[in-house]
Design a protein around this ligand. Structure first.
Ligand code: UDP
Length: 334
């Protein structure tokens, strides 16, 4: 019998999950990935396909029984599986609640049934809504759309399992993660997918507003390291904010990507600035961001071909894709 520790990564074929898999394999874990390949891609793991330490179970987390063999002997569960994006969550809230809350509850039950040493929940900074910055962990919660609510309720379920059943849970509230393997398909949203495809096509970057808005972009390998630290720590029952703690403007992003820009209307309900206060995670977990913005963008540029099959957005198609967004979130602007 192998003495290597076992980690389960839900959503492990996805953007952040696949980087988590990389790190865990490097750390000598046997890694069992659970992914239904709805947002994730097998190709995100193809560099490990010959590695017998990793396996992929293609299934929906809502269908998994807590006593399924995939969880047997697991030391850690990293829970990234879920669905994202603002607009589809407004249009189809039931599915968001089913996957992001009920699905999480199933994974918590699996953690409980298998007495894992840590369950680390991937939470979202969207729980804070339009927050004051830099945002600390004690900032009031104010989810603005069903996706944000579903991720917050999933986190509350995780802490409920901690309190009621003694499951050792930590949660990491991710600000704007970016990096290689960020999503290339699907709905309009995350800025990197939009801009990298536009760059490949020689089209101008569609900058929202005047581009002075800032985001706390944190590079994905740093995100994976934070989750690892949240698993191996003795600390339990805590949530941390995770960003680089150094927000960057969209104008700076287009400068680094190099290309023409065109401006599109501001989106309602969007913060001017997101900025994680990372004092707590740095103090508690000795975690510090290592990849700076220029370096991170450079790494993505090396991998830009991956975005070749991503949808190419322009101001008109963005306008259509965001109709729901403007309809439901505009009232918050008053
Ligand atoms: N953004 C942009 N053009 C786009 C898409 C996004 O300028 O076509 C900007 C957007 O205004 C925001 C930033 O990029 O300031 C990050 O947007 P994303 O949707 O990736 O993340 P979020 O707004 O949820 O933080």
């Amino acid at each position: 019998m192998s003495s290597a520790k076992i980690a389960v990564v839900t959503g492990g074929a996805g953007f952040i999950g696949s980087h988590m898999v990389d790190l865990l394999l490097q750390e000598g874990f046997v890694v069992r990935v659970i992914d239904n390949l709805s947002g994730g891609r097998e190709s995100n793991l193809s560099h490990h396909s010959a590695n017998s330490q990793m396996s992929l179970l293609v299934t929906d987390i809502r269908k998994l029984e807590p006593l399924h063999a995939v969880f047997k002997g697991a030391t850690f569960i990293f829970h990234f599986a879920g669905i994202g994006d603002i607009v589809p969550s407004i249009e189809n809230p039931i599915e968001y609640m089913e996957v992001n809350i009920q699905g999480t509850v199933r994974m918590l039950e699996a953690g409980r049934a298998n007495s894992v040493q840590k369950f680390v929940y991937a939470a979202s900074s969207s729980c804070y809504g339009l927050a004051s910055v830099p945002t600390t962990e004690s900032h009031p919660l104010s989810p603005q759309y069903p996706y944000a609510l579903s991720k917050l309720l999933g986190e509350q379920a995780a802490f409920h399992w901690h309190r009621v059943y003694g499951l050792p849970v930590n949660s990491v509230r991710i600000f704007n993660a970016y990096g290689t393997r960020s999503r290339t398909s699907g709905v309009y949203g995350a800025v990197f997918g939009v801009f990298l495809r536009q760059k490949l096509a020689g089209r101008p970057f569609t900058v929202v507003g005047d581009g002075t808005q800032r985001r706390d972009f944190v590079y994905v390998s740093d995100v994976a390291k934070a989750f690892y630290a949240a698993a191996i720590t003795e600390i339990v029952g805590r949530h941390w904010n995770l960003g680089a703690g150094n927000p960057q403007s969209i104008n700076r992003l287009t400068e680094l990507l190099v290309g023409d820009v065109e401006y599109i209307p501001k989106r309602p309900g969007e913060p001017e600035c997101t900025w994680a206060d990372i004092t707590a995670i740095s103090n508690d977990l000795q975690w510090f961001p290592l990849v700076d913005f220029e370096e991170g963008i450079g790494r993505m540029m090396l991998d830009i071909e991956r975005w070749r099959d991503a949808p190419l957005w322009d101001p008109e198609s963005i306008k259509q894709a965001t109709t729901t967004w403007f309809k439901y979130l505009a009232k918050d602007q008053s």
